[in-house]
Design a protein around this ligand. Structure first.
Ligand code: ADP
Ligand code: ADP
Ligand code: ZN
Length: 218
């Protein structure tokens, strides 16, 4: 199964992808995580990418398509994957079509998560992740059960993203509206697009997504 979670920064794509991974034995392919890993590694590609990332701009299509394609070719993706943060442009969506065809995979669902801009800003401002296992949290909406300790792995170190500061967030929302929102009519035309109300609680959104995957959503 190939599932794309589509939505602006802070919509809850990563949060829902992590839930689905545990429930459905699928892998989560997050191009944002790939980009952060490349930057952290200090590789040549990482250095090229960093300028775009820091400014809240999209990494050029050719680079991100190559990075994503390499990951999709790994053996753990044979049963499918949850795509979180890719595609983000129409050119990436076209490249994805070709990659899926080559691997005999089909795109099953594209789920759009809609969230108001103000809520996005609040979500991004409070976002942090476990440094050891990557589990995502929020200061207010999804705190750790025990303060300072990761629910998943017991880790005690957490990260906040450099691009989650207010100025960069505004740039990222503009990029979403300009370059990624055109994917909505693109997937709608293919009959693949479904929407969920991303303003609801994490559990409610999770149930709405499951209903779509199980094929009995209204
Ligand atoms: P995205 O991957 O779309 O950028 P995340 O999944 O990282 O978004 O979520 C952004 C922040 O909002 C995180 O701190 C997460 O814990 C929190 N969050 C996610 N979904 C919800 C929700 N439905 N209600 C409230 N907070 C949420
Ligand atoms: P969010 O979870 O807030 O939507 P991501 O972690 O997915 O953000 O992406 C963070 C940054 O990584 C983007 O602002 C962009 O610089 C880069 N990036 C991630 N995915 C892509 C992509 N598909 N195409 C281009 N750039 C990307
Ligand atoms: Zn952890």
């Amino acid at each position: 199964m190939i599932l794309i979670l589509l939505g602006p920064p802070g919509a809850g794509k990563g949060t829902q992808a992590q839930r689905l991974v545990s429930a459905h034995r699928l892998v989560q392919l997050s191009t944002g995580d790939m980009v952060r890993a490349a930057i952290a590694s200090g590789s040549e590609v990482g250095c090229q990418i960093k300028t775009y990332y820091d400014a809240g701009k999209l990494v050029p299509d050719a680079l991100i398509i190559a990075m994503f394609g390499e990951r999709l070719a790994q053996p753990d993706c044979v049963r499918g994957a949850i795509l979180d943060g890719f595609p983000r442009t129409v050119a990436q969506a076209a490249a994805l079509d070709a990659m899926l065809a080559e691997r005999g995979l089909t795109l099953d669902h594209v789920i759009e998560m809609t969230v108001d801009d103000e809520a996005l800003i609040e979500r991004i401002a409070g976002r942090f992740t476990c440094a050891a296992c990557g589990t995502g949290y929020h200061d207010r909406f999804k705190p750790t059960k025990v303060s300072g300790i990761c629910d998943t792995c017991g880790g005690m170190q957490f990260n906040r993203r450099a691009d989650d500061k207010a100025e960069t967030v505004r740039a990222r929302l503009e990029v979403y509206n300009g370059q990624t929102a055109p994917l909505l009519p693109y997937f709608r035309a293919k009959g693949k697009l479904r929407s969920v109300d991303g303003m609801a609680s994490i559990d409610t959104v999770g149930r709405a997504i499951n209903a779509i995957l199980e094929g009995h959503a209204g």
